[in-house]
Ligand binder design. Sequence first.
Ligand code: SF4
Length: 149
Amino acid sequence: MTQNSSHPKQRKEQKNRPAAEAFEALEKLYRRVDKEISESGVECWLRGDCCNFEKVDHTLFASSLELEYVRKKHPETFPPDNALCPFWEDGRCVERKRRPLGCRTYFCDGNFAEQLQAIYEKYHSEIRELAKRYDIPYSYKPFVLALRT
Ligand code: SF4
């Protein structure tokens, strides 16, 4: 059977393959990020308010590839009348597997700010390259706003 005469389901699978491969590559990258963070010595103080962006006056950004990765599991619409991340429940993250790079590199301990920023920039440029490799148009948006619009 030639590629053009393939079954519609097969064609859909072929079309989805780049995204699936990109997500797999992103998961591998996240594992490297988590390892580097754990080796850096920075620790979570378990205050439970790092995702309370209004309180800590922080805007979390994420790239289009990361947003697509989250959206694959959460295609639903989240109410726009809330500035909090929809995955922040009772002071904890319920979507740790898919949380973007910005969440993985954000800690309260200011002593690590420069080191964490360097880690962020290094992996963010890798994510940009990944998107390019898999033909996923690059954009960079406030994470919560993107989920809630
Ligand atoms: S994805 Fe998780 S860690 Fe990131 S802002 Fe939302 S609740 Fe916090």
